[in-house]
Each structure stands twice: as C-alpha cells, then as structure tokens.
Ligand binder design. Structure first.
Ligand SMILES: Cc1ncc(COP(=O)(O)O)c(C=O)c1O
Length: 394
C-alpha cells in the first residue's frame, strides 16, 4: 500500500446530512425548501450587466489588476459613509472588504481562535459559521436568546467572541429585540468578548421598521472602536454571485483581519468591488429593494398559509417578520428531522434538519424551511409533500 500522510482530524467532525441535501439539487422535480437562495427574479440583471461593462471601461486599473488587501478605498469610503452615524463615525480604516460574508466569518476564526477556544453562539446557529470555524476545533456555549432568564454575561464569560444574527437569524428567522441587543453589548463590554453581528438579512424587513444595529447602538460619538464586529454582504440585496461582503470594526481588528485575508485570497475581485461601489452610489441596491420585499413578503405569506392548512397539527412555528426562513418544531418528538429530510427526498421535497445548525450536531427536533426561492404554487405543493411524508412516518 502507498504510504500517505493523513488528512487533518477535524474532517471527521462533519455531518453527512449536508452532503445529502446539497446533492438533492440534482433530483428532478424536487421542491427545494432546504437552501437559503435568493430568487433569481430579484436580481437587477440589466443594471448589473451595464455597470460591469462600464466599470471595466472606465476603471481598467481598479477592476483588472491586483487590488489592495483591505479593499478598494473607493468602496471602503462608500461603506464607511453608509454605516456612519452620529454615535459611530466611521472611516475607511473601520472597513475591510471580504469575498462574501462567508469570508468574514472565516477571517474572524483565523484571528480570534486558538484550537479549543470558546465561542458563545446564538443557537441554533448558521451552518456556514459552524463550517468556517470547524478547523479551529472550538468549544461552544449555545446562547438560546429567547429562553426566559437568559444571562448574556454568563454565556459570554471566557468566550473569545459571541456570534449573533440579530435580524432574522439563519436558521430561526428570529428578530432580537432592542433591549436584548443592548444586553449583549453590555455583556461584551463586561466580559471582554468581541461581539460578532452577522447581518445579511438586515434589509429584509417585511412588516414594521428596521431595528438599530448593535454597531450603531454601541458608539459614543468618538471614532468607532467598539466591541461589535459587523458583517454585511451584497448577497441578499443585489446578487450572491458578486461575492462582495464587508466587515466593520475597530481599526486594530480590521488590521488583524487584513493580515489574515492576505494569506487567504489576497484581495476580493476589483471588478466586483467596483460594481458594488457603483451600485450603492447610483442607488441600484436601494431601487431594487422594494421589489425584493414585495416578492419575498408574498412568498412568506404563501408558505405560512400552506403551513397553517397542512402542518398545524404536526409542527409549531412563528411567522417571521423578515428574512428568508421559517423555523418549525415537530410536535411528535419521535420523528427525527434528519430522517424526515431523507424520507422527504422520496416524496420530492427537501428541508434542512436542525442537526446541521446545532454546534453539537445532535438536535433532531426542528427544521428550517426557505420561502424566497420558490413561487407560491411550488411552496404550497412542497408543504403538501412534506405533510404527506410526515403522516407516512408517524
Ligand atoms: C447568517 C449568514 N451569514 C453569512 C452568510 C454568507 O453570505 P455570503 O457569503 O453570500 O455573503 C449567510 C448566507 O446565507 C448567512 O445566512
């Protein structure tokens, strides 16, 4: 037998459920309620294609050569201005451009985690964050924010950082109230833990007004140096294929993250950075938003109406006021949602089971359903198939 050095140990610590649901995309006529994909109809295709041609012609150097590691100053300045408030004035030194929000999570793991370090994570947690930090073999303190008497200070003590998605968390769809945002900031100050605010869904409010971000809540009028590390992305407002995200944080943290980025991909595509910069400057993102909100609100309503009709005796859930997901819990604890996902594939429907969002990988009580990708008709049919699957399993 040929002798070969072994692969790293952390590769054994994964879950085959993810591979199964990613492969499910190949099944014909499957209704995919599992992913977290935006609707292609929501992309401003003509505007992005016109911008892409124009920025290459007008800015050949910025778009086609190597870019500075922290990002193009032009885009960093636009983002600094976009997120500055009276309480939290920002400059480009507070901004790092990343290759999607996903890279922001990876870089945070690289600069803050020694092997075995502790993360306090809002639970259930975004699968992509768990995947990003897996090679660092962290320990987790799960933060169940909705539990009565939840004590953020106790949860964050000893943690390198707390990971939160305050606006319509992936997967739970939960909106963290302002008072609890303040408690998280206070706990970060008391414990010394950094506070990661991952915010891809911050613009996707379907009912009511947007809440203030923790980034803007924690400023005191001086140049921003707070404990919040804020992550944004164009993925849900413009298009995920651009792979442009950003981190807003204290300048010392931005420098550390840029050092990690240099060893990772050196810089994010200058072409995509210029497209994003012009899309913000010329209002493409803001103009596209009302249409996206109308489309997604109607889909959320269609999904929840179908769930009311077909699933109310089988599971419990709350209708989310934004984001992309409904999180539901099985009434019958004997039905594992890992098994439900696999059984659903035979009926032509795919959901995401709770085990993949659990840092321990053990919770099989709940499931995540996406409502942005499919039409109302497909959502209704998907829910019918899901209900039929569960009734066969019971
Ligand atoms: C909570 C959360 N964070 C980060 C991301 C990463 O987004 P992207 O890398 O497309 O910017 C996602 C994508 O779905 C997400 O749901």
């Amino acid at each position: 037998m040929t002798k070969r050095a072994p692969l790293a140990n952390w590769l054994n610590d994964t879950n085959d459920v993810v591979a199964v649901f990613l492969a499910a995309g190949q099944i014909p006529d499957l209704i995919n309620l599992a992913g977290g994909l935006p609707a292609p109809d929501a992309w401003p295709v003509d505007q992005i294609s016109e911008l892409a041609g124009r920025v290459v012609r007008d800015y050949p150097t910025e778009t086609l050569t190597y870019s500075p590691v922290p990002g193009l100053p032009y885009l960093r300045d636009i983002l600094a201005a976009r997120y500055s408030t009276e309480n939290s004035p920002l400059t480009r030194d507070n901004v790092l451009i990343t290759t999607g929000g996903a890279q922001g999570l990876d870089l945070i793991g690289k600069v803050l985690l020694e092997p075995g370090a502790l993360i306090a994570a809002q639970s259930p947690a975004y699968l992509g964050a768990l995947d990003a930090w897996r090679p660092r073999t962290p320990r987790y303190n799960p933060m169940k924010l909705e539990t009565e008497g939840f004590d953020p200070k106790a949860a964050m003590t000893g943690a390198q950082f707390a990971y939160t998605v305050p606006n319509f968390s992936n997967p739970s769809g939960r909106l963290v109230p302002v008072a609890q945002r303040q408690q998280l900031i206070d706990a970060a100050r008391d414990t010394g833990a950094w506070l990661v605010e991952d915010d891809p869904y911050g613009k996707l409010f379907y009912d009511g007004e947007a809440l203030p971000s923790m980034l803007e809540m924690c400023g005191d009028g001086s140049p921003y140096a707070g404990p919040v590390i804020y992550l944004g992305t164009v993925s849900k407002e413009l298009a995920p294929g651009l792979r442009i995200g950003w981190i807003i944080a204290a300048p010392e943290m931005i420098k550390a993250l840029a050092t990690a980025k240099q060893g990772s991909d050196m810089f994010s595509s200058g072409l995509c950075q210029m497209v994003a910069a012009k899309a913000f400057e010329e209002g493409v993102a803001d103009t596209a938003l009302p249409g996206i909100l109308d489309l997604y609100r109607a889909r959320r309503d269609a999904l929840c109406a179908a769930m009311d009709e077909h699933l109310s005796d089988l599971m419990t859930w709350e209708k989310p006021s934004g984001g992309m997901f409904v999180w539901a819990k099985m009434k019958n604890p004997a039905i594992s949602t890992d098994a439900l996902m696999k059984a659903g594939l035979d009926q032509g429907v795919c959901i995401s089971p709770s085990s993949v969002f659990d840092p321990e990988g053990t919770d099989q009580s709940s499931l995540r359903i996406n409502f942005t990708l499919n039409t109302p008709e497909k959502l209704t049919e998907g829910v019918r198939r899901l209900a039929a699957t569960i009734r066969q399993m019971a």
